[in-house]
Design a protein around this ligand. Structure first.
Ligand code: ATP
Length: 611
């Protein structure tokens, strides 16, 4: 080795990842070609785009991704005239894992079915490393467009790579795979053609395969979305969907239309049939691809709001100039019009698919939390999104919606009641529901992370305010069917101030409630400030909760409260009993007592004297 060769260790996670990729994907080896060709085509697109504003040489008119098999030398080269990589970029892009850690990846791999594994590769951004599935050594020779220098990155995929100066006549990248003995099939041109047709046919950059000394075209490159609909089969759509997102399933919905009039564009969009990792863990913005008259421009134009970032696809504009630059994209009103039209179309698709309850449930389970983000942040669409939400309920099985809830509301009920917590099971057994259940008043149960936030933003639906049953003072009298009168309520006029005095530091108010049937006491949030669920979330995150202390509501018909009321009347000290009552209310909501050991001691003592 010459003096100029630098040796670098891979990031620790890369080493482990390489191992995983090679083993987990062995039976789907051919996807290495899809990954490398996709990277090469991206690099070509990037050079074309950057050349518009940066002082770098323009893309040659005949730019293509070339695949060059060499049987005698047992190498396969993928060459592109794209943007290229400088020394630092080679080390960073090919020496570390860009987007997500090995831990998340290996966990997902371990939990996935074998058939889902290849899709994980794309989703976790380890595409390049799939080269090592078929190669025992990989050389990358690259020259960044705009630079005179070229560099050679080389690795056997075991712990380290080297970097050395090299030469390359023009900007671009050659990936040279020194194939393993058992991977020689990938040096056969007919095999390579079949793989490209299957995986990369839709790439609009020309792809060629060298055969008998000449390059033969390998991809059709027809922008699928530009074909007349009758000429496109369901398989074509699915193949394109899989290509776009590295998916392996079927799209839940395919939207393909041409908009004419003031804004002209063609769009081909997909709503995935599964929940992609990226959409939730990755960055919060839409990666819809913007093309101008077939030519790829960018996937950073944010053609959909962040809460619709799960939608994949292409928008091909007729109105923008081919040499549209980043600055121009920010300024042009064309994009705003496209955005509005595309968002509206996706929403109306959801609206019509929502009529099929079962089919919509699949969508809802995958992407429901994102629609809730929409309620939170998109004031323009909030009203449109609200009827698309689905809920569990205290009164009906399965999913229900706000319009259905409103239709079921009995006369006299003026608000939509919700209860927010951590899990549906616990919520459906919650003490907070007792009085509502007894009166046959339905409550929607919400257990997504987002649920602590968005209801407040929605505020109301069809003129009915959305009210958390753990917040403020809800008067149930006159609502639904009155429950059978049990024992007469105790007179708590003396008890309430005593409890209040004993719990001064933790409770802002103590009041009697008719919300309870079998339980003695329950906590509620004050009418203003964060609701109980949000308070819990803030506490867990170690953030200040703010606002007033919670309210303690007591059930004057409950034996414990009756007894306390009698003691209060006789002037007994209720300090300790008040604390226990508060702890009981906390435990019911899934919180811990203020002093768990002290609480346990008191309970044990109470049990001992009563058994
Ligand atoms: N042929 C190439 N030309 C220029 N840059 C490349 C090329 N191949 C890879 N890269 C760079 O290396 C990075 C890492 O590539 P890799 O395939 O591992 O992940 P990715 O392309 O970011 O993710 P995914 O495979 O999911 O699309 C790319 O983002 C790109 O910046």
């Amino acid at each position: 080795m010459s003096d100029t060769v630098e040796r670098h260790e891979f990031g620790a996670e890369v080493g482990r990842l390489l191992d995983l990729v090679v083993h987990a994907l062995y039976s789907d080896r051919e996807i290495f070609l899809r990954e490398l060709v996709a990277n090469a085509a991206d690099a070509v697109d990037r050079r074309r785009f950057e050349a518009l504003t940066q002082p770098i040489p323009a893309l040659p008119a005949d730019a293509a991704v070339r695949i060059l098999p060499d049987k005698p030398g047992r190498t396969l080269t993928i060459a592109d005239p794209g943007i290229g990589m400088g020394k630092e970029e080679l080390a960073r892009n090919l020496g570390t894992i860009a987007r997500s850690g090995t831990r998340a990846f290996s966990q997902a791999l371990a939990e996935s079915k074998a058939s889902d594994r290849p899709s994980l590769i794309g989703q976790f951004g380890v595409g390049f490393y799939s080269a090592f599935i078929v190669a025992e050594r990989v050389e990358v020779v690259s020259r960044r467009a705009g630079s005179e220098e070229a560099w050679r990155w080389e690795s056997e995929g075991q712990g380290a790579f080297t970097l050395a100066p090299a030469t390359r006549e023009a900007p671009g990248t050659d990936i040279v795979l020194h194939m393993r003995a058992d991977a020689e099939e990938f040096l056969e041109p007919f095999r390579l053609h079949a793989i490209i047709r299957k995986w990369a046919d839709h790439i609009t950059v020309p792809i060629t395969i060298a055969e008998d000394g000449k390059d033969t075209p390998a991809n059709e490159g027809t922008a699928l979305w530009r074909k007349p609909k009758p000429e496109i089969s369901a398989e074509d759509y699915t193949a394109f969907y899989r290509h776009l997102g590295h998916y392996f399933d079927e799209p839940w919905s395919t939207l393909h239309w041409r908009a004419e009039g003031t804004t002209e564009f063609t769009a081909l969009l997909f709503i995935p049939g599964m929940k992609p990792f990226e959409a939730f863990e990755g960055e919060r913005r839409s990666r819809l691809r913007l093309h101008v008259r077939r030519m790829f421009i960018t996937d950073e134009a944010e053609l959909l709001p962040p809460w619709l970032r799960f939608v994949q696809g292409v928008v091909d504009s007729e109105d923008l100039p081919l040499n549209v630059s980043r600055e121009m994209l920010q300024a042009t009103p064309v994009l705003a019009r496209i955005r509005r039209a595309v968002t509206g179309r996706v929403l109306s698709e959801l609206k019509s698919r929502a009529k099929d309850a079962e089919g919509y449930a699949t969508f809802w389970q995958n992407f429901g939390p994102m629609l809730k983000e929409g309620i939170w942040e998109d004031s323009e669409q909030r009203k449109e999104i609200a009827p698309l939400l689905r809920f569990r309920s205290s009164a009906v099985e399965g999913w229900t919606s706000l319009p259905d809830y409103v239709a079921r509301m009995p006369e006299g009920q003026s608000a939509i009641y919700i209860l927010v917590g951590d899990n549906i099971e616990a919520l459906s057994r919650s003490t907070q529901l007792e009085g509502f259940r007894a009166r046959g008043v339905e409550v929607l149960l919400l257990a997504d992370q987002m649920d602590a936030f968005w209801p407040e933003r929605l505020g109301e639906f069809e003129g009915k305010p959305v009210r958390s049953i753990t917040q403020g003072n809800i008067d149930l009298s006159g609502l639904g069917t009155a429950p059978p009168e049990g024992k007469a309520p105790a007179d708590v006029t003396r008890l309430l101030p005593l409890l209040k005095a004993a719990l001064e530091a933790e409770i802002s108010e103590v009041r009697a409630t008719d919300r309870l049937v079998d339980s003695a006491a329950v906590l509620a949030a004050p009418a203003h400030g964060p609701d109980l669920a949000l308070q819990r979330l803030l506490r867990r995150a170690g953030r200040p909760v703010g606002g007033e202390n919670p309210v303690l509501e007591v059930n004057p018909r409950h034996p414990l409260v009756r007894r306390l009321a009698a003691l209060a009347d006789s002037g007994a000290d209720l300090e300790e009993a008040a604390g226990t009552l508060l702890d009981l209310a906390r435990v019911q909501d899934g919180d811990v007592p203020r002093e768990p050991a002290e609480f346990a001691r008191r309970m044990a003592a109470a049990l001992a004297s009563s058994l």
